[in-house]
Design a protein around this ligand. Structure first.
Ligand SMILES: [Zn+2]
Length: 79
């Protein structure tokens, strides 16, 4: 579980599944093939499976840069 500015999140690392499913990363709006290692995260108090989101690992780690109201002590790179 991770604590973040936007709440508590349950995070699972996906090492790469054999299914052909494709997810869309909410961080960069690019597709994630399920064969690619990534993370799936959902709010701790979420309703269920529908709340789960698949993210690139880097996008998940960078998501707080995109959260309004969160200030970082150093300049974050622009994308
Ligand atoms: Zn992404």
């Amino acid at each position: 579980m991770e604590q973040a500015a936007d709440g508590d999140w349950v995070v699972r690392a996906i090492t790469g599944a054999s299914t052909a499913k494709v997810y869309r990363c909410p961080g960069c709006d690019q597709e994630i093939r399920s064969s690619v290692p990534h993370v799936v995260a959902w709010p701790e108090h979420g309703a269920g499976v529908e709340d789960r989101r698949h993210w690139h690992k880097a996008c998940w780690n960078a998501r707080d840069r995109r959260t309004p109201g969160v200030r970082r002590s150093r300049n974050a790179p622009k994308f």
